[in-house]
Design a protein around this ligand. Structure first.
Ligand code: ATP
Length: 278
């Protein structure tokens, strides 16, 4: 679908009683939510709550069960049916699974990782046909935007975790997508790379790229995220403003333990002492 055909008020993501089975068990179980364009949201919950399943539904790797009455269980930017390529140019995706897929392509260079996004492939489709100069300019600009321009000539597999994560972000941005879908974007990064990634996300959020961040890490709840959906066991526990959702009772329901969020510039969870080994 061309960008100008998407109504500006179409919700970015709509789940209507969506149920997704994995090995016969519900990984998402009657999820209804509506995330508008322009609102930065975190989908937060403990291990196994369905966060990765949510992402895989968004990237069309998993499909929800159809409703008997024909209504769509999932709509993205107002549309129930998407060509995967067209969808990938509207949503920038940063996931560990994509990183693993890129590592599986031998000798893949950073520039090609970014250029591959234009064909919705891991690398540009045909080595014999050089990418259009415009694509090279856009790839270079996307790398610069995340402080990764100097990495363009390196093999992707030789990058540090922090460098590779920034390259993934550049790949996600190269299409000027409506939104970024990020799965634990700062997980596994050292203290400097972690701070740099969060800084990049804050900047992008302020520049108007809608962020949908799937995580269980409190630090990733950057101040620009004003809306939180809490998941547990494939169900929505709470869906509302940051202040209304990140309360000890709702966090306890989602995470199954006495948890408190110390919110602020560097949010962190604290588990009440009775539940720690200390
Ligand atoms: N490949 C799979 N095959 C079968 N069941 C799966 C598979 N992947 C996940 N599940 C199940 O689906 C449910 C949701 O898992 P999912 O990976 O979406 O959760 P998550 O919130 O992303 O967890 P984590 O934080 O540990 O990554 C869990 O019960 C999990 O055991």
């Amino acid at each position: 679908m061309p960008a100008d055909a998407i109504p500006p008020d179409a919700p970015l993501i709509e789940f209507d009683d969506a149920r997704v089975l994995r090995d016969g068990r519900a990984a998402l179980d009657g999820v209804s939510l509506r995330l508008p364009q322009g609102r930065h949201t975190a989908i937060l919950g403990p291990n196994g709550c369905g966060k990765s399943t949510f992402i895989q539904v968004m990237t069309r790797q998993l499909y929800p069960l159809a409703h008997g009455d024909g209504r769509a269980p999932v709509r993205i930017l107002g549309e129930a049916r998407w060509d995967v390529r067209a969808l990938r140019s509207r949503l920038g995706i940063v996931t560990g699974a994509l990183h693993e897929d890129l590592l599986s392509v031998p000798e893949l260079g950073v520039r090609d990782v970014v250029l591959g996004a234009f064909d919705a492939r891991l690398a540009p489709q045909d080595d014999a046909v050089p990418a259009a100069p415009d694509r090279h300019h856009r790839a270079a600009a996307a790398l610069d935007r995340v402080e990764a321009g100097h990495l363009a000539g390196r093999p992707y597999a030789a990058l540090s975790t922090g460098e590779a994560r920034r390259v993934l972000l550049a790949r996600a941005l190269v299409h000027a997508p409506q939104a970024l879908l990020l799965d634990e974007p700062a997980a596994g990064l050292d203290v400097v790379a972690h701070a740099r990634m969060l800084r990049a996300l804050r900047r992008l959020a302020r520049e108007g790229v809608t962020l949908v961040l799937v995580t269980h890490h409190a630090e990733e709840l950057i101040p620009e995220i004003g809306h939180v959906v809490l998941l547990r066991g494939g169900r929505v526990v709470a869906d509302g403003s940051r202040g209304a959702v990140l309360t000890p009772p709702l966090l306890a329901r989602a995470f199954g333990g006495p948890l408190r969020l110390h919110d602020g510039p560097r949010p962190r969870f604290e588990l009440e002492e009775a539940d720690t080994d200390a």
